[in-house]
Design a protein around this ligand. Structure first.
Ligand SMILES: Cc1cc2nc3c(=O)[nH]c(=O)nc-3n(C[C@H](O)[C@H](O)[C@H](O)COP(=O)(O)OP(=O)(O)OC[C@H]3O[C@@H](n4cnc5c(N)ncnc54)[C@H](O)[C@@H]3O)c2cc1C
Length: 441
């Protein structure tokens, strides 16, 4: 494919801020760090906020300490896909055993119910639409595997999911890139930064104290709990929750050893004629695919842009270079978008776990929740709530994700040197599978 020069693919006012911040940018939280609190929460994304909300709703003092302006992490940078029950590993039973897998699946459904109910009961204005999700197959084998998996998902997760053969694919996506796919009707989309803003307002109204620009730089045990040091002073807390996900740093080394942080890149096109967006995404569903090096896409809430994500780089690189790669991938799916420019390209951190299951538990007396594995709008909000309820002693039953051993690799300290190598292998395998040289795993 001929490469456009970069001046052709970026608008003159192209930005590295998330497109979502146009409507709902993170804003400062200048409250002083108090001397004492019942529970201190490190990390002010969806997870930290929902943990704090659950605590405050049960009369427990909750303090959120955020390194940046609250929300500046993945929680306002994501795609806003909420995929029904979210991603779970295909071999979950083998990874955690049948009984635990059943609990996890139940929690996956509960998580979805929780977020949807929260949005509806609180009347959150978050551009929520439930139009379903198209998952495209990158090879014939991948399509056959998707169809088989759909049968299990209908049975185990009660999802309304159906196959879309390649001949009918153009009803779902204005592209011949895929070998057919599946549609899951329960999947929805929302505006991630508006969701964050609504959650923050709700938490603050419930009495949660949110401190921004308060990076935690040390957590030490003291007689009455923990001393949590921040760049703006320290606080003594009875209990501490670490909810730093893809931004986990040296302050929680044990957690860091179980997480593989990966930089994810995402871009928004400039405004396009509505007819062109409708041609590309006729059903206004969210979209993704079966590649290891996957694509994800949707339209903006006003249906004037396409928001597109791909593994543009396998390391933390610069947005302009990533934007050029994303534009090439976008045009592989929709060659008709070759003349369309990008207005925003941004990045954010996600965290994978070695068994691809999110982790909730305790380490050295700290409560930890992390490892969204790329799908955390629903999941991390729900797990935040669960850890809050657990500390308050208000869970109906233990959470399925809670207390599983956290796998790591010998010698691994949290610096994922192997990701660029793995990434290249993934791209190679995807290409060989697409060409039919290799079967799908
Ligand atoms: C580009 C992209 C696209 C995505 N798309 C989707 C999607 O479509 N659907 C989906 O379900 N999920 C998606 N995700 C994942 C989703 O955004 C995350 O799972 C979710 O936001 C995680 O929330 P969190 O609260 O756990 O972490 P975050 O929102 O990342 O918050 C963690 C916070 O911890 C703070 N922090 C770190 N260290 C410290 C410290 N020492 N002291 C104080 N604060 C600290 C960080 O500054 C950060 O704000 C995407 C993620 C990215 C990056």
């Amino acid at each position: 494919m001929p490469r456009a020069s970069t001046s052709d693919i970026f608008t003159t006012d192209w930005q590295t801020r998330p497109f979502w911040w146009e409507d709902a940018p993170p804003y400062p939280a200048g409250a002083d760090v108090p001397e004492r609190i019942d529970v201190a929460i490190v990390g002010g994304g969806y997870c930290g906020l929902m943990a704090a909300l659950a605590l405050a709703q049960h009369g427990i003092g909750a303090l959120v300490l955020e390194a940046d302006d609250p929300g500046a992490g993945a929680s306002t940078r994501n795609h806003g896909h909420i995929g029904g029950v979210g991603k779970l590993p295909a071999k979950l039973e083998r990874a955690v055993g049948a009984a635990r897998a059943a609990m996890i699946k139940e929690d996956a459904v509960r998580g979805w119910d929780y977020l949807r109910d929260l949005i509806q009961t609180q009347g959150f204005d978050v551009d929520y639409v439930q139009r379903g999700r198209f998952l495209g197959a990158h090879s014939q084998d991948a399509y056959d595997a998707l169809v088989r998996r759909a049968v299990e998902q209908r049975r185990d997760l009660n999802l309304t999911i159906r196959a879309v053969p390649r001949e009918e694919q153009r009803q779902e996506i204005g592209s011949d890139f895929y070998f057919g796919g599946t549609v899951t009707e329960e999947a929805a989309a929302l505006h991630p930064a508006k969701l964050y803003r609504a959650m923050r307002r709700l938490a603050e109204r419930a009495g949660v104290v949110v401190c921004g620009q308060a990076r935690v730089d040390g957590i030490t045990r003291v007689a009455r709990g923990f001393r949590v040091g921040t760049v703006r002073g320290s606080v003594i807390a009875d209990q501490v929750v670490v909810a730093t996900n893809g931004y986990t740093g040296a302050v929680s080394p044990a957690l860091r050893r179980g997480l593989v942080p990966v930089t994810a890149y995402i871009t928004a096109t400039e405004e396009m004629p509505e007819a062109l967006v409708a041609e590309c995404l006729p059903t206004n569903r969210t979209g993704g695919d079966t590649k290891r090096s996957l694509y994800a896409f949707r339209s903006s809430p006003d249906r004037r842009r396409i928001v597109f994500a791909a593994r543009a780089k396998w390391y933390d690189g610069n947005e302009r270079e990533a934007g050029a790669v994303l534009h090439r991938h976008l045009c592989r799916v929709w060659p008709q978008l070759r003349g369309v420019r990008l207005s925003h390209t941004w990045k954010g951190q996600i965290a994978f776990t070695f068994n691809h299951v999110p982790h909730m538990g305790s380490q050295n007396g700290l409560h930890v929740v992390a490892g969204c594995n790329g799908s955390g709008v629903t999941r991390m909000s729900y797990l935040g709530r669960q850890i809050g309820l657990k500390i308050a002693g208000k869970q109906n039953r233990p959470c399925g994700f809670d207390g599983l051993p956290m796998a790591t690799m010998p010698g691994y300290s949290g610096r994922p040197w192997f990701v660029p190598i793995l990434g290249r292998c993934y791209e190679l395998l995807d290409g060989l599978e697409r060409a039919g040289v290799l079967g799908h795993r």
